[in-house]
Ligand binder design. Structure first.
Ligand code: PBG
Length: 331
C-alpha cells in the first residue's frame, strides 16, 4: 500500500498548529468605523436598512466616541447629514457645517482617535450628485462638471482639515481630484495631512442602504459618468496610477466583496497602504440573513474580513467594526 507523501492535514491537526501556520491575521488596528452625524439634539435614529447603524446628533456623539475608543478602534470615517442642501453643496465647506462641528468635537473628546473625513458633495447638494451640475434647458440635459467641482471639493477638504480632520478621504470620482486637493491642502498649510483616495470606486448597487442613510440618492440620472463600470478591471489600475502620480497616500477599492480581484491587483501593482470599503449593502445582506437565522453573523463577518486581508487589504472600513472589535477581545 502506498501512502500520500504530502499530507496537508498534518498542519491542520490542532488549534495550536493551525495558529502557528496561519498566513493572515485580523486585528482591531485594521479597522475604520463609519459614523453618520446629523443636526438636532438627542437624535439617535436607526437607519432602517442598516440595523445597528444610527444617525447621531452632536450631543450624543461623545458617548459613541468613548465606546469606539474603549474598543480600541483607531479611526472613524465621518459622514454628515446636513440640515439644508443647495445646488453647490455649500454646507460641505462651511466652517460650522455638520462634519466640521463633529470633527472639532471628536478631536476634543478623543484626540488620539483618527478622524477620516469623507470629502464629497452628494450629501450636501439638492440634486444629490457628487459634483456641480450644468443644466441645458434647451436640450433638457444635465452634465456633471469636472473642473468646477474640483474647486468646491478643495474648499470642503480644507475646511475639514481646519476643523481637525486627520485624513482626507475624497470619494467624488472627479478627474484630477487628488492633485487639486493636495495643492489646496498644501497652500492652506496642511502639508502633513494624508489623502486616502477612493481611487477605484465602482458605480455600484451595493451603495443603496448608504444612500438612504446619507439622503444622497441622485435626484436625476445616475453616477455612471464618474464612478467606474463594474466590468472593468484594467481601468482600476489606471485610476490608481493617476491618484498615485497626483500624490495620494493611500488607495481604496470600493465596494469590496464583489471586487476582491481588484484589491489583489492593486496590491500587486502599488506599495501604498490599501483600503477596502465593506459597503452598506454588504453589511445589510449579512444582517438580514443573520436576523432570519440563516447564517452565523460572527463567523460570516470574521471570514469576510480575513478574506479582504488575504486579498491584499491593509485597512478595512466596515459598519461591523464595533462588533468585530468586541469579538476579537473575546478570543
Ligand atoms: C459618497 C459616498 C458613497 C458611499 C461612501 N461615500 C455613496 C455613493 O457614491 O453613492 C457609499 C458607502 C456605502 O455604501 O457604505 N460619494
Amino acid at each position: 500500500m502506498s501512502f500520500p507523501i504530502t499530507r496537508l492535514r498534518r498542519l491542520r491537526g490542532s488549534q495550536g498548529i493551525r495558529s502557528l501556520v496561519r498566513e493572515t491575521t485580523l486585528t482591531v488596528n485594521d479597522l475604520i468605523y463609519p459614523l453618520f452625524v446629523t443636526a438636532g439634539t438627542n437624535v439617535k435614529e436607526e437607519i432602517p436598512s442598516m440595523p445597528g447603524v444610527y444617525h447621531l446628533s452632536l450631543d450624543l456623539l461623545e458617548a459613541e466616541i468613548k465606546e469606539v475608543r474603549q474598543l480600541g478602534i483607531p479611526a472613524i470615517l465621518l459622514f454628515g447629514v446636513p440640515e439644508s442642501k443647495d445646488e453647490v453643496g455649500s454646507s460641505a465647506y462651511q466652517e460650522d457645517g455638520i462634519v466640521q462641528q463633529a470633527a472639532r468635537l471628536i478631536k476634543k473628546t478623543a484626540p488620539e482617535l483618527l478622524v477620516v473625513a469623507d470629502t464629497c458633495l452628494c450629501q450636501f447638494t439638492s440634486h444629490g450628485h457628487c459634483g456641480m451640475v450644468h443644466y441645458d434647458a434647451e436640450c433638457g440635459t444635465a452634465e456633471i462638471l469636472n473642473d468646477e467641482s474640483l474647486e468646491l471639493l478643495v474648499k470642503a477638504a480644507v475646511s475639514q482639515a481646519k476643523a481637525g480632520a486627520d485624513i482626507i478621504a475624497p470619494s467624488n470620482m472627479m478627474d484630477g481630484y487628488v492633485a487639486a486637493i493636495r495643492s489646496g491642502l498644501d497652500e492652506a498649510g496642511f502639508t502633513n495631512t494624508p489623502i486616502m483616495a477612493y481611487s477605484v470606486k465602482y458605480a455600484s448597487a451595493f451603495y443603496g442602504p448608504f444612500r438612504d442613510a446619507a439622503h444622497s440618492t441622485p435626484q436625476f440620472g445616475d453616477r455612471k459618468t464618474y464612478q467606474m463600470d463594474p466590468a472593468n478591471g484594467r481601468e482600476a489600475l489606471r485610476e490608481a496610477e493617476a491618484d498615485v502620480t497626483e500624490g495620494a497616500d493611500m488607495l481604496m477599492v470600493k465596494p469590496a466583496l464583489a471586487y476582491m480581484d481588484v484589491i489583489r491587483s492593486l496590491k500587486e501593482n502599488f506599495d501604498l497602504p490599501l483600503v477596502a470599503y465593506n459597503v452598506s449593502a454588504e453589511y445589510s445582506m449579512v444582517k438580514a440573513a443573520a436576523r432570519n437565522g440563516w447564517v452565523d453573523e460572527k463567523a460570516v463577518v470574521l471570514e469576510t474580513m480575513i478574506g479582504f486581508k488575504r486579498a491584499g487589504a491593509d485597512i478595512i472600513i466596515t459598519y461591523f467594526a464595533k462588533d468585530i472589535a468586541a469579538w476579537l477581545q473575546e478570543n
